[in-house]
Design a protein around this ligand. Structure first.
Ligand SMILES: C[S@@+](CC[C@H](N)C(=O)[O-])C[C@H]1O[C@@H](n2cnc3c(N)ncnc32)[C@H](O)[C@@H]1O
Length: 457
């Protein structure tokens, strides 16, 4: 089969990179046949070794860079990939923003057939390291000690990591401290092959504005050795901790969080502010990981909603009510819906905390609750959706098209599903006026977008 291809496995060839894939690999073409090479940048020339040939594409390894891009920055060999998931660490921030803008444009055109939509330049941030307020790391064992970090690409081998430079220092310190304490006090790491051992993951979340820290210990078993001493040590070594939570995940699964959650010490929530709005955040609730850029994102959603105080708004996939409460200050009434019960408890508490009385929340699937509301006569002038990566459920999109809110604000962390859903909404009578990418995840290939749609006359 490979005889008909323009390259063979183990060939050494000179190539020029034309593009980047969605996960940050360079794309070179030999007689139209694409070869993906980690680390190659558009405009660069390199000598590569072909390490894999498939029918439709090949994979290469960089041997020598022959011409370098203006956007390339040097990182020491030993630093490379040290931080896990930083696929764009070798590209200047200016280059990263260009990559993300192009990616959004290409996907909107290819998947959404949206050639004429205005895509604005990415709204980036000033400090592009140490921005994440949360980490959730797997735990393993090496030489009789606990290790934690990230999985090596395409493997389940944990790289023990003391510091991730995209995480806030408080988050790094918390993960290290909990790992060391558990190691010292004899906790065994969970082994996914034998389904034995206790500690599966450690999670830390930090309220950047309030300085409050939450630690979540995720184990296979209902109990683990020296639990009380571990809690005492965490409190002693991490002065900012306000909440220590235990979650039990007894299943053989890749899903991190299990069904049982119990507060071991302190409060069941930590607090944080986005702008002037205060939020209680419990262990299982979604909360944006980049607090500085979250304000930028929500301000854009508010601008696109264009509220004058008379509107009814529905916020689908509302989490702890963050966008809902931002909008409630400028709307007549806001209805939020979210699948996680604890997040809706937080949302209700957050409305009270901020003395916002025109927001109402429901637990359930957006695709079940919003059609039910529609049947009961609840409709929206503005509808906001902020779904997980898989995008909106088709039944929800169908209901939106029937309900016909004058405006839709679509917040998305996955341009692919955004483009797919925008096409469905366009076919249902909406026009996408503009898309604003916001960089919530510097050094990584991820990009968040806010899109503004209006009902066509
Ligand atoms: C990207 S988060 C957005 C949350 C919130 N808007 C924010 O900015 O913090 C997506 C949320 O959708 C929730 N979710 C997932 N599937 C859902 C569904 N079918 N119906 C309602 N909520 C869902 C998740 O639990 C999560 O809180």
């Amino acid at each position: 089969m490979s005889k008909t291809l323009p390259v063979q496995k183990n060939d050494y060839i000179d190539v020029e990179f034309e593009d980047l894939t969605h996960d940050g690999a360079g794309v070179a073409k030999v007689d139209g046949y694409p070869i993906f090479v980690q680390g190659g940048l558009p405009g660069e020339k390199a000598n590569i070794k072909v390490i894999k040939v498939n029918k439709g594409y090949g994979v290469g390894r960089m041997v020598q860079l022959l011409e370098r891009s203006y956007f390339r920055i040097d990182i020491a060999q030993e630093e490379k990939h040290k931080f896990g998931g930083c696929q764009l660490e070798h590209i200047s921030y200016e280059g990263q923003m260009k990559f993300k803008e192009n990616q959004v444009r290409q996907v909107l055109t290819r998947i959404g057939k949206l050639e004429n939509v205005t895509v604005h330049p990415v709204l980036g941030m000033e400090h592009t390291w140490q921005y994440r307020n949360k980490a959730q790391v797997p735990v393993g064992e090496k030489d009789g000690k606990l290790i934690s970090g990230f999985f090596k690409p395409r493997s389940h081998e944990i790289v023990d990591t003391k510091e991730s430079l995209i995480q806030l220092p408080e988050v790094n310190q918390a993960i290290q401290a909990v790992k060391e304490i558990c190691s010292e006090l004899g906790v065994k790491a969970y082994n996914e092959e034998t389904h034995k051992g206790d500690l599966r993951h450690i999670m830390a979340r930090y309220g950047k504005q309030t300085g409050e820290l939450m630690v979540v210990i995720i184990t296979r078993t209902n109990d683990f050795p020296n639990r009380n001493s571990i809690v005492e040590e965490i409190v002693a070594r991490l002065p900012k901790v306000k909440s220590i939570v235990h979650n039990v995940n007894s299943k053989r699964t890749n899903v991190i969080i299990g069904d049982k959650t119990k507060v071991l010490w302190g409060s069941e929530v930590i607090y944080d502010y986005i702008g002037d709005v205060k939020f209680a955040i419990s262990a299982l609730s979604f909360y944006q990981v980049n607090p500085d850029q979250t304000k930028v994102l929500y301000d854009k959603a508010l601008e696109y909603a264009g509220l004058n105080g008379n509107e009814t708004v529905i916020d689908a996939y509302c989490g702890i009510g963050t966008i809902s409460l931002f909008l409630a200050q400028k709307a007549k009434k806001v209805y939020g819906v979210e699948i996680v019960k604890e997040a809706i408890e937080d949302a209700t508490r957050n409305a009270e905390l901020n003395e916002i009385s025109n927001a109402e929340f429901a637990v359930g699937k957006a695709e079940d609750i919003i059609p039910k509301w529609y049947d009961e006569g609840i409709t929206a002038d503005v509808l906001v959706v902020d779904p997980p990566r898989k995008g909106c459920d088709e039944a929800l999109l169908q209901t939106i098209v029937e309900m016909k809110p004058a405006k839709i604000v679509y917040v998305s962390c996955n341009p692919g599903t955004l483009a797919r859903d925008l096409r469905i909404l366009e076919d249902g009578g909406y026009e996408t006026l503009e898309v604003q990418p916001v960089d919530m995840f510097p050094q990584t290939t991820h990009v968040e977008c806010v899109a503004k749609l209006v009902l066509k006359k």
